[in-house]
Design a protein around this ligand. Structure first.
Ligand code: ADP
Ligand code: FRU
Length: 293
């Protein structure tokens, strides 16, 4: 068991299931509705907790009634919230999600007016207690200060960075992490449609790092610091019921594998296996409910 800190967000996800994706200006009835805690960093921690790790979250909550759902769900997964900052202004970030029950796809409309986790809160955390620190790669200026601070104090402490979307100057964070976890959406935003071409382009920006990119139902690709490419196919369940949080689950699988000293190839496989199992279940509470595939 390892002690893991993740810096990023927790959201309130309002998930409406629909029988087929509606057309613009349609009016349709949801077949069911679920309210749950979401957000990349806390999704990843939720999976890591189920894998037996001690998860700690550094992020912002709003002092308002909707935060209750989030606090309760974090407690259910024993996610430590000592580093959390509570703001009196703003609402918890909220995602309005259309879940297409015919194919498990999720379409997310995200709204936030809450400030991001600041360096001033991060610098108060006793980082020496952790075995791994993961960043969601959001507010670039503060993340840059946090990651620099971490590397100055604990150069040997493994650090991962998720790059999900293009944000101004996000590439300045790449040299500050040991493991970079990209999304296909980011590669596409840069206009690159091939995973290996994308990973090579990223490696030029930050040599001597490990690079991974999840590629949806096509699996995931990696480029390690010895210049070797790796690939794992996706593990598609019999029924793909819910893909919300597949990428966050994949990241948890990769972090868990690396903490156990597994190779990049094995880490890609674990990430894809875990994400595939998740796609066969609603929500993220899927690990205790079945034996590994
Ligand atoms: P995100 O949730 O960020 O959009 P991706 O779609 O890239 O993430 O998926 C992350 C990982 O989840 C993929 O690498 C793959 O292993 C797995 N995955 C995604 N979609 C499916 C699917 N339809 N069937 C099986 N596995 C999937
Ligand atoms: C899934 C997710 C949702 C959340 C949204 C935030 O990856 O974390 O739980 O609402 O993305 O962008």
């Amino acid at each position: 068991m390892a002690k893991i800190l993740a810096v990023g967000i927790a959201t309130l996800d309002i998930i409406n299931s629909v029988d087929g994706y509606p057309a613009e200006d349609d009016e349709v009835r949801a077949t069911s509705q679920r309210l749950c805690r979401g957000g990349n960093a806390t999704n990843t921690l939720t999976v890591l907790s189920q894998l037996g790790h001690e998860s700690h979250w550094a992020g912002v909550l709003a002092d308002e009634p909707d935060a209750r759902h989030i606090i309760t769900a974090l407690a259910r997964h024993r996610i430590n919230t000592e580093a959390v900052l509570t703001q009196h202004e703003g609402k918890v970030p909220t995602s309005y999600i259309l879940h297409n029950q015919r194919n498990g796809s999720r379409t997310i409309v995200h709204y936030r007016n809450l400030s991001e986790y600041p360096f001033s809160a991060f610098e108060k955390i006793d980082l020496g207690q952790f075995d791994w620190v993961h960043f969601e790669g959001r507010n670039v200026a503060d993340s840059h200060r946090m990651m620099t601070h971490l590397k100055q104090l604990y150069p040997e402490l493994p650090c991962s960075l998720e790059v999900e979307k293009d944000r101004p100057q996000i590439e300045t964070l790449l040299p500050l992490a040991d493991l970079l976890l990209f999304s296909r959406a980011y590669a596409r935003q840069l206009g690159i449609d091939s995973a290996t071409a994308f990973l090579s382009a990223m490696q030029k920006k930050a040599p001597d790092k490990d690079f991974i990119c999840a590629w949806g139902e096509d699996g995931a690709y990696g480029l390690d610091r010895n210049d070797d490419f790796h690939y794992s196919p996706a593990f598609v369940p019999t029924n793909v019921v819910d893909t919300l949080g597949a990428g966050d689950t994949f990241n948890a699988g990769v972090i868990d594998a690396r903490l156990r000293g597994l190779s990049m190839k094995a880490a890609l496989r674990e990430g894809c296996q875990l994400a595939g199992r998740k796609c066969g279940h609603h929500g993220l509470e899927f690990i205790a409910t079945e034996t590994p595939a």
